[in-house]
Design a protein around this ligand. Sequence first.
Ligand code: CAA
Length: 395
Amino acid sequence: AHQAAATTTQDIRRAQRADGPATVLAIATANPETCISQDEYADFYFRVTNSEHLPQLKDKLKRICKKSGIENRFTYVNEEVLKAHPEFSDRKLSSLDARVEIASNAVPELAAAAASKAIAEWGRPATDITHLIFSTYSDLKAPSSDRRLASLLGLRHTVSRTILSLHGCYGGCRALQLAKELAENNRGARVLVACSEISLIAFHGPEECCLDNMVSHALFGDGSGAVIVGADPVDAVERPLFEMAFASQITAPDSEGAITVQHMKGGMDFHIARGVPEMLAGNIERCLAHAFDAVGVAARWKDLFWAVHPGGRRILDLIEEALGLDNGATAASRQVLREFGNMSGTTVIFVLNELCRRFVADGAKGEDWGALMAFGPGVTVEMILLRVASGLKGK
Ligand code: CAA
C-alpha cells in the first residue's frame, strides 16, 4: 500500500505508453463467392430486378460500367438471394428488417474470413489481440458484428471492442487512425482492425428519379479487410510492414450534401453529387500539407507511395492531376478498383495489401514515405502518413 501511494498518475501514464510508433504488422482480405464481370453487370442487374422495360437506364448503366475502370466485383447479392427476397428490388417496399437480419450474420462472417488470415500471417495467437475496432455501414444490430467476430475468432473476454458505423468510404482509414492511438497509448496493445461491407443493404432496382444510383450500382462491391496494428514489434516474431507516423482529417468546406447515406424502410439511400471528384481533388493538397507540416518533413508528392481509396476512376485521375503525380503513382488503387470495385471503407485495406505485395515482389524502389487517403460523407478527407518498415525492406 505504501508503494502504491508513492506512484504518481504521471508514472502510470508514462509506463502505459509505447516507445515506438504504431506499426502495421499484418494485412489480409476476403470477398464473398459470387463474382460478376463488369461487362455483364447491366444485363444481370436489369434482369434480376425485372427492369427490362427501362432500356435507356440500362444503356446509361452500360456507359458508366465501361468507363468505371472496373473489371470484376464480388457480391453477396446473387440470384438466389433475390429469389428469396424479391422485395429487395423495389425500394417502395419495406425490406429493412430482412436486410438487417441477413447482414447481422454475413458481415461478421465475411470479416472473420479476412481476420483469421491476418492473425495467421501475424504469427501470434488470437488471444494476444487486446483491442478490436470494427467498421461497417452494413450492420445495424446490437450486440453487433464486433462481438460476433470476437467469438468467431476466439478473442479473449477482456478484448476492448469498438464499432464504427456510417463513416462510409473513410471507415477503414478512421479505424486505422484509432488503432494508431490505441497502440501508442497502451504499451503492448495489439489492435485488430476489421472492416466488412455488404452492399445488399443498399441494393435496389433502377429508378428514373435518381440517376446517381446508377453510379453507385456500377461501382460498389463487397469485401472485408483486416489489419493488425501494434507498437514496438517483437523481434523475430512480428514483421513490421508500415510505420504510422501521423494521422489527420479535414472537412471539405461547403460539402455537407455531397455524399449522403440514410437508412430507409426500403434499404440504405445513398447519394453521390456530380462534383465529388473535383471537390476531392481541390482539397487533397491541403490535407497532405497539413500532415507533412505537422511532422516537419519536407516531401515532394512525386516521391511518395500512394494508397488512395479508389472511390471511382475519375477521382484517381483528378487526384493524380492535382498533385502532379506520374502516371502509375496510384497503380495499386487502380488495380484494386479493377479487380474488386469500390468496397467502401474496406477498400484502402485491399490497397495497402496490394502495395505490400508489390514491395515484396519488386522491393521498395526508393519509396520511403507514403500517404494512405480515404474520403466519405462530410465530405471528410482523411490521411495517414506511412513509412515503409523493416519487414518490407531488403527484399
Ligand atoms: N450522378 C449522376 N450521373 C453521373 C454522376 C453522378 N454523380 N457521375 C457521372 N454520371 C454520369 C454522366 O452524366 C454520364 O451519363 P451519360 O452517359 O448519360 O451522359 C455517365 O455517368 C458517364 O459519365 P462520363 O461519360 O462523364 O464518364 P466519366 O469518365 O466521368 O466516368 C464515372 C464515369 C466512372 C462514374 C466517373 O465519373 C467517376 O469515377 N466518378 C466518381 C464517382 C464517385 O463520386 N465516387 C465516390 C463514391 S462515394 C465514396 O467512395 C465514399 C463513400 O462514403 C461511399
